[in-house]
Design a protein around this ligand. Structure first.
Ligand code: TXE
Length: 474
């Protein structure tokens, strides 16, 4: 019988230079002021590279390049733009091993996830939106759907390349040009993507990458020549961006935090639900805006679910992101580790019971053991605030109405999960949940054809699918 035995991933498949510049108008340069910052491997704290920090003049140059390129790019027939996007998608596939290893090094995520989830989805987004580029005119977007202009895109560090794909692919398919700022702890894969664009012979200025911290992002989104702002990140920064964009006529989409309820009813297939709970909160170290961070279990099956969940958690392997057997990699940064640690301590102080399986964590790097809190009530901060780490808060309910009320009792509204054998219950409960995405008997499933986005403090606008194109069309 054929056995799938993937080759061991190793660091040698990616060559990382000691320094990287900004990608503006089709070429790399060190930035006007020569300022740099370091990006580290969170699993070892080793410096991976020095990266240019873009100042205002660099952002001005990038926006000007994108503006110039817009004239020709937006005038190309959709079928021509599609050719570039298909080419980018294919190059990503060809270079996916290299890009997956790079992503795991800079982010800390397990190679099994970057190789089997992130990279295939990145390529899939470019393929999907390539397919749309020549179909816009007859797809119900109005008689003459037009691109907006220069899109300023600011992305976070949890899925660096995938968030880039979510943003860049629909923008280019619709004829917009882009200035994108990756997060300061994970700039490398965006710069490698710039190289992919060069390899695909994408016209200069269509995609520009400016690296830097929050001040670079703030300057970019305020730029008067930007027509569209797309942001994924914290709710605080999202609010600040919304304020700075208000009254400017710029179009805005925000994809912010979450505190998703993963609801397990007493008729759910427990083993399957436990896999979904584990995937829901421990995938990508819980650095997931739609993570199932609040487990709501029907009281009658609580003991059974907890016993099975703890048994499963004891098998999770925490460690080297490049080891293909690793389930949970490194926390992305010291700052994020401090945030997770603080909220976890608050959970204990507020009287919830903390449990983690035995696991020895590496001496260096940023690590947090998979953790669950039981005895959590709605009053606890760990039940209300986004922890963005491998920490699950367990609450209980008696009736479906109580489950819905608790699930909706959050300022967020990005996603939710339902586990039950009853199809009618799935439909009834999903209908009442104020969440942009509701998964039933699964969790954290993504597809480029499905729209994604939230209600309330989780932001507004949708990315993915046909909806994702609307955000980039006048
Ligand atoms: O986010 P920031 P941080 C949540 C999660 C996490 C918390 C803080 O709860 O613990 O936010 O993470 C850029 N104008 N999420 O501090 O600061 C920044 O450089 C323009 C959820 O890393 O929002 C980076 O590129 N841009 C989330 C990006 O914004 C600014 C993913 C995100 O950083 C800026 C990440 C400004 N004033 C964190 N300030 C999700 N929805 O998935 C910073 N940035």
């Amino acid at each position: 019988m054929f056995e799938y035995a993937p080759a061991p991933e190793s660091r040698s498949v990616v060559e990382i230079a000691s320094s990287y510049g900004l990608f503006i108008d089709g070429s790399f340069d060190g930035g006007k002021d020569g300022n740099v910052f370091k990006t580290v491997d969170p699993a070892t704290e080793e410096v991976l590279a020095e990266v240019a920090a873009a100042g205002p003049e660099d952002v001005d140059r990038a926006v000007a390049a994108a503006r110039r390129a817009f004239t020709t790019w937006s005038a190309l027939p959709g079928s021509e733009r599609a050719k570039y996007l298909f080419r980018i998608a294919r190059i990503i596939q060809e270079r996916s091993r290299e890009l997956a290893v790079l992503e795991s090094l800079d982010n800390g995520k397990p190679i099994r996830e970057s190789r089997d989830v992130d990279l295939p989805l990145v390529a899939a987004h470019f393929f999907y939106y390539a397919g749309w580029a020549d179909k816009l005119r007859y797809a119900g977007f109005g008689p003459d759907p037009r691109p907006l202009g220069v899109a300023a895109q600011v992305i976070p560090w949890n899925f660096p390349l995938l968030m880039l794909a979510w943003k860049i692919a629909p923008a280019l398919a619709t004829g917009n040009t882009v200035v994108l700022k990756p997060a300061e702890t994970t700039p490398l894969s965006a710069l490698f993507f710039a190289d992919v664009c060069r390899q695909a012979e994408l016209p200069a200025g269509v995609v520009n990458i400016v690296t830097g911290a929050g001040d670079t992002g703030a300057y970019l989104v305020r730029h008067p020549d930007v027509a569209k702002v797309a942001f994924t990140g914290s709710t605080e920064v999202g609010r600040e961006i919304a304020r700075s964009v208000a009254g400017t006529g710029k179009r805005l989409t925000l994809e912010l935090g979450g505190k998703a309820a993963n609801i397990v009813f007493d008729d759910a297939p427990i083993d399957q639900a436990v896999e979904g709970i584990v995937n829901g909160i421990f995938f990508n170290q819980g650095h997931v805006c739609c993570a199932g961070s609040r487990l709501l279990v029907q009281e009658s099956v609580l003991d059974q679910v907890l016993e099975s969940l703890k048994r499963r958690m004891a098998t999770l392997r925490v460690g080297d992101p490049l080891d293909k057997n690793t389930d949970i990699g490194a926390i992305n940064s010291a700052a994020q580790l401090a945030r997770i640690t603080e909220l976890s301590e608050i959970g204990v102080q507020e009287g919830a019971e903390r449990w983690s399986p035995e696991c020895s964590l590496p001496d260096r790097g940023f690590w947090f053991a998979p953790t669950i809190f039981t005895g959590v009530t709605q009053a606890h901060r760990i039940a209300r605030e986004e922890i963005f780490g491998p920490v699950l808060s367990v609450l209980t309910f008696r009736t479906p109405d109580e489950a819905v009320a608790k699930a909706n009792n959050t300022p967020y509204g990005l996603s939710a999960g339902i586990w039950t054998e009853k199809g009618s219950r799935i439909l009834a409960v999903a209908d009442k949940l104020r969440a942009g995405v509701v998964w039933a008997n699964t969790f954290n499933k993504f597809d480029p054809a499905s729209p994604f986005g939230g209600y309330k403090e989780s932001g507004y606008g949708r990315e993915g699918g046909r909806h994702g194109l609307e955000a980039y069309l006048a």
